[in-house]
Design a protein around this ligand. Structure first.
Ligand code: C5P
Length: 314
């Protein structure tokens, strides 16, 4: 029987706007190894996508443009340095199409917060442009392109809960019976630059002033399978936390306030300065969020469940 070649299949694409929702991520376990010759650190991490979303809309256009509204509007460059533009161009280059689109970003995920907001937007751009241009990439194809944009971008193409290795770009899903976890996200005023936090960890380790490295993700994965928030609370950990606290000592007050408010555990999210707290259930999460806001230790505290899907057309 005659079968069409891959190249002969028409690229249809979308005529109307394509809207993509993408979540923020936290790391339930962030084990950081020594710096590699390329400057990156070898990671063993467990990523977790939470229900705090950005939205990217892609429309047909004659050039590639990006506009934005919401959190961080006016602070973020919208030129070729923006991860959204870089992701769209990378997809165009890989698929041989013209990088023409009008992209509009509605942001809720705070910038430089340790929640991978920029990486999320890049993942959204890959999914949105793939649909707009009809380039027919699989998730795995998009994740491979995503790895060129940043270490966290492949995870945000998949979402859920996943193991990350290498510099974080090698992602494999964590298979577990569905469980919803309840988080409180305490957003700080001002961000922390990820490279500065990794550099601070290297400095602390050279001085033997950092806590012992977390190592393997085994305990965290076993805790996830037990589906008991008190067990998961005992297994959360982040090697970057000591470095974030060293650069931003006030974060200790945030962590203390969350635990005092009844959180089962609190950790710095990624490179910070956002702190995330595990709550027993939804109503506990609401109480902890209110208590954190009343304590005045953060700009904003919001609740978010996880895991949720990665970047997807809605
Ligand atoms: O991959 P991405 O561009 O998002 O990384 C931003 C920065 O974070 C890197 O330039 C590096 O300083 C640091 N990083 C690291 N090790 C990793 C991931 C990121 O040192 N595994």
């Amino acid at each position: 029987a005659w079968e069409p070649e891959e190249e002969e299949r028409p690229r249809l694409g979308a005529s109307g706007p394509v809207k993509v929702k993408v979540p923020a991520k936290i790391n339930l376990h962030l084990g950081v190894g020594p710096a590699r010759p390329d400057g990156y650190h070898e990671l063993s991490t467990v990523y977790h996508a939470i229900a705090l979303h950005d939205e990217l809309t892609a429309r047909r256009g004659d050039t590639l443009t990006l506009t934005m509204e919401g959190v961080g509007a006016g602070e973020l460059a919208l030129d070729d340095t923006n991860l959204v533009i870089r992701a769209a161009r990378a997809l165009a280059r890989h698929t041989g199409v013209a990088a023409h689109a009008r992209l509009h970003l509605r942001k809720q995920i705070p910038l430089a917060a340790g929640l991978a907001g920029g990486s999320a937007d890049a993942a959204a751009a890959l999914v949105a442009c793939d649909a707009l241009w009809g380039t027919g990439m699989t998730r795995d194809d998009l994740a491979a392109i995503a790895a060129e944009i940043g270490s966290d971008v492949p995870f945000l193409v998949y979402g859920g809960t996943a193991l990350g290795t290498g510099r974080g770009e090698t992602v494999s899903p964590v298979l577990a019976r569905p469980t919803t976890w309840h988080w409180v996200v305490a957003v700080a005023d001002g961000g922390l630059a990820t490279p500065a936090v990794y550099a601070e960890l290297d400095r602390l380790r050279a001085l033997r002033a950092a806590p012992p490295a977390l190592g393997s993700t085994d305990d965290l994965l076993a805790a996830l399978r037990q589906r008991d928030p008190e067990v998961l609370a005992g297994a959360l950990g982040n090697d970057l936390q000591a470095a974030a606290l060293s650069l931003r000592p006030q974060l200790a007050d945030v962590l203390k306030a969350g635990r005092a408010a009844g959180a089962l555990a609190g950790i710095v999210s990624g490179s910070g300065p956002t702190c995330v707290f595990l709550a027993y259930d939804a109503s506990e999460a609401n109480m902890i969020a209110s208590a954190l806001e009343s304590a005045g230790v953060c700009r904003e505290a919001r609740t978010a469940t996880g895991p949720v899907a990665g970047a997807r057309v809605v």
